[in-house]
Ligand binder design. Structure first.
Ligand code: PMP
Ligand code: GLU
Length: 408
């Protein structure tokens, strides 16, 4: 079709020009394109389980479809689903919420975005510990807020310390984001670490906490997921717990997530949803009831499968010269340092100057797609997703080992 005769500057808002496309989604798009062009690419980019949605969940969706459950629902989600989520939060997380405290959205991402949209005024600050999930800062920025990035490091296990939190809080702080288990590092906060952060938060009652627990089912080597909202009772009345069906139940495409928190906040999110997406998909909501109330074997089994794969990937990457990897403790990512590759020269004569250069080298020369840690706020690291088949992990890692050996 003909394109309009105007520049992007004339058409597009200042708001949209503040942000970039999601790097993880852009990486996935690149993999799709390279494959369509006939390239043999092993994909370690996108963080989504390769396992099928459990059959009883699919069956519940089919029943809902056949029963004509195909209309708009309440903007905050069906009463039955919100009740099921309250039941799940009590059962799995030891937290008491009523259905009125819960708002269902089209993915956890959707709820996070709406939460920022209904709470941030220009200049309000959101504390984000790096490395962070790529979408947090841009979701803050597009909603007029200011991300306050606290740089984390490997020495502290990529975890926020109470001292760092204290130093980052100002009178303009609106939110602290806590993400445990963490994307991209897999870090899992212990109860004691959360209690220590809680002591700081108790001194600053104006700070709200967004507790992103989307990877709760994936904790390894004896680590345990404890909700920050449980560990720090003082924040319950000023927190929004984010979770959803995507990761634990292999339901990324169903787009179903939720937030739990005080009614003043969830009602505002629901009001905005009534003006944006109206409500989440009715079919996905019916399926999610089966996910949250039915057998919990699937997330348990997925956790075991991912633990094996994570161990395998970390073991195989140990043989990659210049790559330094720790075994994962949670989520489905390893986050190895590639400091040992910076400054090396590729067979084509290019010097690797950054982790993005390393990503491009692995994609081009080995056909293995990964993400650069710099996109997550801390380089030179790479993020590898191990939510993929064992065969692909073996093949991809041996290609990386070869590609590292070829560097001078
Ligand atoms: N939080 C984190 C840390 C994530 O990695 C994701 C994955 N996209 C989400 C939230 C949201 O997932 P979804 O929108 O599929 O529920
Ligand atoms: N959270 C996943 C990832 O980090 C899915 C993609 C996204 O929403 O960013 O890869």
């Amino acid at each position: 079709m003909d394109e309009p005769n105007m520049s992007n500057v004339e058409l597009l808002s200042e708001r949209i020009n503040r942000i970039k496309p999601s790097p993880s989604m852009a990486a996935k798009a690149l993999v799709d394109k390279l494959r369509a062009d006939g390239r043999d690419i092993i994909d370690f980019t996108i963080g989504e389980p390769d396992l099928p949605t459990p059959q009883h969940i699919v069956d519940a969706a089919v029943v809902a479809l056949r029963a004509g459950d195909t209309r708009y629902t309440a903007s905050s989600g069906t009463p039955a689903l919100r009740k099921a989520i309250a039941t799940k939060l009590a059962r799995d997380n030891g937290l008491t919420y009523t259905a009125e405290n819960i708002v269902v959205g089209s993915g956890g991402k959707h709820v996070i975005f709406h939460a920022f949209a209904v709470t941030l005024n220009p200049g309000d600050e959101v504390i984000i510990h790096a490395p962070y999930w790529v979408s947090y800062p841009d979701m803050v920025v597009v909603n007029d807020g200011t991300p306050v990035i606290v740089a984390g490091d490997e020495a502290s296990g990529f975890k926020l310390s109470p001292e760092e939190l204290e130093a980052a809080i100002t009178p303009r702080t609106k939110w602290l984001i806590l993400n445990t288990p963490n994307n991209p590092t897999g870090a899992v906060y212990t109860e004691d670490e959360l209690i220590a952060l809680g002591k700081v938060l108790e001194r600053h009652p104006h700070v709200w906490v967004m507790s992103d627990e989307i990877y709760e089912h994936f904790v390894y080597g004896g680590a345990q997921h404890i909700s920050p909202v449980l560990a720090i009772p003082a924040i319950k009345e000023r927190s929004l717990l984010i979770n959803g069906a995507s990761k634990g139940y292999s339901m990324t495409g169903w787009r179903l997530g939720y937030g739990a928190g005080p009614t003043v906040l969830v009602n505002a999110i629901s009001k905005l949803i009534s003006q944006t997406t109206t409500c989440p998909s009715s079919i996905s909501q019916a399926a999610a009831i089966a996910a949250f109330l039915g057998s919990q074997d699937a997330p348990r089994n997925a956790g075991r499968v991912f633990e094996q794969r994570g161990k395998l990937m970390a073991d195989l990457l140990k043989d990659a010269r210049g790559v330094s990897v720790r075994p994962p403790t949670g989520a489905f990512y390893v986050y190895p340092s590639v400091a040992g590759l910076i400054g090396k020269t590729t067979p084509a004569g290019h010097i690797l100057k950054s982790d993005l250069d390393v990503v491009n080298y692995f994609t081009e020369s080995a056909g293995v797609a990964t993400l650069d840690g710099s996109a997550y706020g801390v380089g030179p690291y790479l993020r590898f997703s191990f939510a993929t088949a064992e065969l692909a992990i073996r093949d991809g890692c041996s290609r990386i080992v070869e590609a590292c050996l070829a560097l001078k």
